[in-house]
Design a protein around this ligand. Structure first.
Ligand code: ATP
Length: 288
């Protein structure tokens, strides 16, 4: 299911003295099956853009086409339920939305709301805890007895239980330690690869963009200012610096080495790429 923005503006509190731009004239397609990262400064419009992916926000001008749905400012809230099922949203600190007495009930809540039978919802809960890498015995526990990272996985299992085609992630690893962060990103990668989920990720972690995304959208002050593969986006460190956006750790290391006389083409995104280009240059230097 492709998602296409066509000249989308969104203004908060439009028509009031408090009106403020969220996004401006955004046109872009997020392709079915892609892993798209959205980067940009605080306040650049990333969350506003995300909330258009399942019509939580409707454009003030322009349209968003999500599979068979076209959303404009005139679109009524009725009949959007199937859309909400197809596009699953994992908000920042998703664990804050847990509320049921047991993990099983929390995960089953969404599907039951959508008319899935009790037995099928329980079955889904069982499958989803496995999918997010939790042991089956958490199902009968209170979500509030779990660790923060486990609670977040339960919240994600609840979103996955709706069997969405697109998974939207707003800084899903915020507040996790490095090991937890890595495990969670590996889990999304597995879901993308094995379940064919389209992933849209908002992140400030450039390493995650380099490691996982195949497409990048760069936002600035509500505008979409650049799109491309991670390689294209990270090929121009000077531009990124001007935009006060960071580089992946490996690319930054390569950039520091460029300043010491080494050269890279293309700029490496991964440790392996860095090593492959660096070793011959070190070899050359040692023979001089
Ligand atoms: N509820 C709101 N009411 C009014 N203005 C808002 C609201 N939410 C966001 N904005 C404004 O819209 C613009 C885009 O904000 P948005 O939250 O989409 O940016 P962001 O890139 O997601 O930021 P962050 O990285 O901090 O999450 C900002 O100028 C912000 O102040």
């Amino acid at each position: 299911m492709d998602i296409t923005f066509d000249h989308v503006d969104f203004t908060y509190q439009a028509g009031t003295p408090f009106a403020g731009d969220g996004i401006k004239d955004v046109s872009v397609t997020i392709h079915d099956g892609s892993y798209t990262a959205i980067i940009g400064h605080t306040g650049s419009g990333k969350s506003t853009l995300l909330q258009h992916l399942n019509a939580l926000l409707k454009p003030t001008a322009g349209s968003v086409t999500i599979g068979d749905f076209t959303i404009t400012k005139e679109t009524s809230n009725k009949n959007l339920k199937p859309l909400r099922q197809k596009v699953g949203m994992v908000f920042q600190f998703a664990e804050n939305q847990l509320f049921e007495q047991t993990v099983a009930r929390d995960i089953a809540f969404g599907p039951k709301n959508f008319g899935v039978s009790d037995a099928d919802a329980q079955d889904l809960a069982k499958r989803m805890v496995k999918l997010v890498g939790l042991p089956e015995d958490v199902l009968d526990k209170s979500p509030f007895d779990l660790s923060g990272g486990q609670m977040r996985r339960v919240a994600i299992a609840g979103v996955l239980a709706m069997q969405p085609e697109v998974l939207v992630l707003d800084e899903p690893t915020a507040g996790l330690d490095p090991a937890g962060r890595h495990e969670m990103m590996a889990m999304f990668e597995r879901l993308h690869r094995e379940q064919g989920l389209t992933i849209v990720l908002v992140t400030h972690q450039m390493d995650d963009v380099a490691d996982y995304a195949d497409h990048v959208l760069v936002m600035e002050q509500g505008h979409l200012i650049k799109t491309g593969s991670p390689r294209e986006i990270f090929a121009d460190p000077a531009w990124l610096q001007e935009k006060q956006l960071g580089l992946p750790t490996t690319t930054q290391m390569a950039q520091d080495l460029v300043n010491k006389g080494f050269s890279f083409n293309p700029m490496p995104l991964t440790e392996q790429e860095l090593a492959d280009q660096l070793v011959p240059q070190l070899g050359g230097a040692s023979h001089e």
